[in-house]
Design a protein around this ligand. Structure first.
Ligand code: M6R
Length: 359
């Protein structure tokens, strides 16, 4: 049941210190990554990686793809529903990675089948043991987030992103010519602290106050670059899904190529910073501010974005790879509290299903 919480979504947001501990458990060994499902050497023949996913899982896939590219592995992220109409080379050197919480999303299953028919090898990254994706793919790795009841995906996003970060290390070690991160050991050490850092966010967050102060706005925009871009898209999806308000996420630099026309003093802009390459996010936040938009920095305390923002949602200092996930927890809470103030049916938003089994 929901226990002390009003909604499953809030329970699941608050469960993240535990779900993330489960995701990580036993998978960091002596400064290296150990995935029992995928022993060393599993991916020796892989040349290129294609992610297929939908919705929140697509945003987690973007996160993972960003990390894979930093490891020198050629990577694409494709919306599963677009896969069949996307031409391009696929062969035995292609690993198609289906990121799907339920393992039952029709668009994602169909994309994997299409890729397999074109000769690709497949891997499912899923929460559900024995799901169709896990059964049909050549390999499966589990995110171990535990059951998620709320239609809005929360704890499964963070567990997917962490699993994909671990998978990146596996691939970087296996794929010829890939370059494992130079600071891998520090990064993995910081990962061990992620559950505690999430706990810190949950205990200190100002998200409810912020939601109350901004809830009658006209539109809500979310910007970020690099890993922050995927978090911005995810923040906007969550927000529109449960509040029914207009929310959009953009790569920070794209704002001035069109969306800036929508920015007014009635459209708060949430700027997500991870502590790495956030320069574009700051300059574009200033552009939005010049048009009257209230700026909310979702960043570490000493980040340059806090100099321009009216409001600051603080995240603990950590490795940039994990910072985006902490920012995402803040944004999950903002969406939750805004939807609660608007008295929306948070766990079952209109028109949506937890698992979309039609194409
Ligand atoms: O089960 P999946 O991860 O394949 O589901 C994909 C999307 O339908 C899902 O993430 C959806 O976008 C969520 N409701 C968003 O909160």
């Amino acid at each position: 049941g929901k226990g002390e919480y009003d909604h499953y979504m809030l329970k699941e947001i608050n469960n993240q210190p535990t779900s993330l501990s489960n995701t990580i458990e036993g998978r960091i060994d002596d400064g290296d990554v150990a995935l029992e499902e995928l022993p060393a050497g599993t991916f020796e023949d892989v040349e290129t990686v294609q992610f297929v996913a939908c919705g929140t899982s697509y945003h987690a896939a973007m996160y993972g793809a960003n990390l894979l590219r930093s490891a020198g592995i050629s990577t694409e992220v494709v919306r599963a529903s677009e896969y069949a109409s996307m031409s391009g080379p696929v062969d035995e050197g292609t690993l198609v990675v289906a990121v799907t919480q339920s393992g039952e999303t029709a668009d994602t299953l169909e994309a994997v089948r299409e890729a397999t028919a074109r000769g690709a090898r497949s891997l499912a990254v899923t929460n559900v043991v024995g799901s169709t994706a896990a059964r049909e793919a050549d390999d499966a790795v589990y995110i171990r987030a535990g059951p998620e009841v709320g239609v809005a995906a929360t704890k499964t996003f963070s567990s997917q992103a962490v699993t994909l970060a671990l998978l990146t290390q596996r691939l970087a070690a296996d794929v010829p010519d890939a370059t494992p991160a130079a600071d891998r050991e520090t990064m993995l050490e910081e990962l061990k602290d992620l559950p505690e850092h999430v706990e810190q966010v949950l205990e200190t967050t100002d998200a409810e106050t912020l939601a109350r102060d901004t809830v009658d706005s006209k539109s809500y925009f979310f910007i970020g670059n690099g890993l922050g871009h995927s978090v911005a898209l995810e923040g906007a999806l969550k927000f529109k899904e449960i509040t029914y308000e207009h929310a959009e996420g953009f790569a920070a630099g794209e704002l001035k190529h069109g969306p800036l026309a929508l920015v007014t003093d009635e459209s708060p802009v949430f700027a997500v910073a991870t502590g790495s390459g956030d320069g574009k996010t700051k300059t574009n936040a200033i552009e939005a501010q010049t048009r009257g938009a209230p700026i909310v920095a979702v960043s570490p305390d000493d980040h340059p974005l806090t100099d321009v923002a009216e409001v600051h949602l603080s995240i603990p200092d950590t490795h940039p790879v994990w910072a985006g996930l902490l920012a995402n927890v803040q944004l999950q809470l903002v969406s939750y509290h805004a939807a609660d103030l608007l008295e929306r049916p948070i766990d079952k938003p209109r028109n949506l299903a937890k698992s979309v089994t039609v194409e």
